[in-house]
Design a protein around this ligand. Structure first.
Ligand code: ADP
Length: 163
């Protein structure tokens, strides 16, 4: 049986921090599904199609040696994970500030389905302060983001903020 993990997120847009976590997940599972949450209530900057495209483009190298799928989902994450036959849900932990919300989410998901584990992975130190929101803010104010996101994301942000 293939060990499938879901790595869900808004990915609005994907950053080097997300890619770091995806790489680590690929070392542990046979297949990693990067699941882009529609999250209409969060008012994303990029449409779900744009976010999926950026996730795919940013993971082409990783996809050469690992089985990766980029999908979108709506509704309850645990239902989506069941539908995908996933063994685990992968989440990234940056600082203590992520912990409380992630802990709550993981325990709720366990209550809904105890056979799907949530696995927390820590990114490389240089990405512990990085979030999609801060990336957008720096880009909007024309700061340098080339160390924080792949070139396709950098260009997509420039284009968004040019309008
Ligand atoms: P969500 O809206 O689900 O939090 P995000 O796209 O912001 O979606 O994040 C998806 C997951 O990736 C979360 O588990 C988040 O903690 C993690 N993550 C986001 N940025 C980083 C980063 N720089 N390093 C490690 N994990 C991260």
């Amino acid at each position: 049986m293939k060990r499938i993990a879901i790595y869900p997120g808004s990915f609005d847009p994907i950053t080097n921090g997300h890619i770091d976590i995806a790489k680590r997940a690929c070392q542990l599972f046979d297949e990693v599904v990067l699941a882009v949450a529609q999250n209409r209530s969060k008012n994303p900057l990029f449409s779900v199609e744009e976010r999926m495209k950026l996730v795919s483009e940013s993971t082409t190298d990783l996809a050469k040696n690992h089985t990766i799928r980029v999908e979108s989902f709506d509704g309850l994450l645990i239902h989506y994970a069941e539908q995908m036959n996933a063994k685990a849900i992968v989440r990234g932990l940056r600082a203590v500030s992520d912990f409380e919300f992630e802990f709550q989410l993981a325990l709720m998901n366990r209550k809904l389905n105890s056979s799907i584990e949530t696995i927390f992975l820590m990114p490389s130190e240089q990405y512990t302060y990085l979030s999609s929101s801060i990336l957008k803010e720096v880009s909007r104010l024309e700061g340098k983001i080339s160390d924080l996101a792949p070139p396709c994301v950098e260009n997509a942000l420039k284009e968004k903020y040019a309008h």
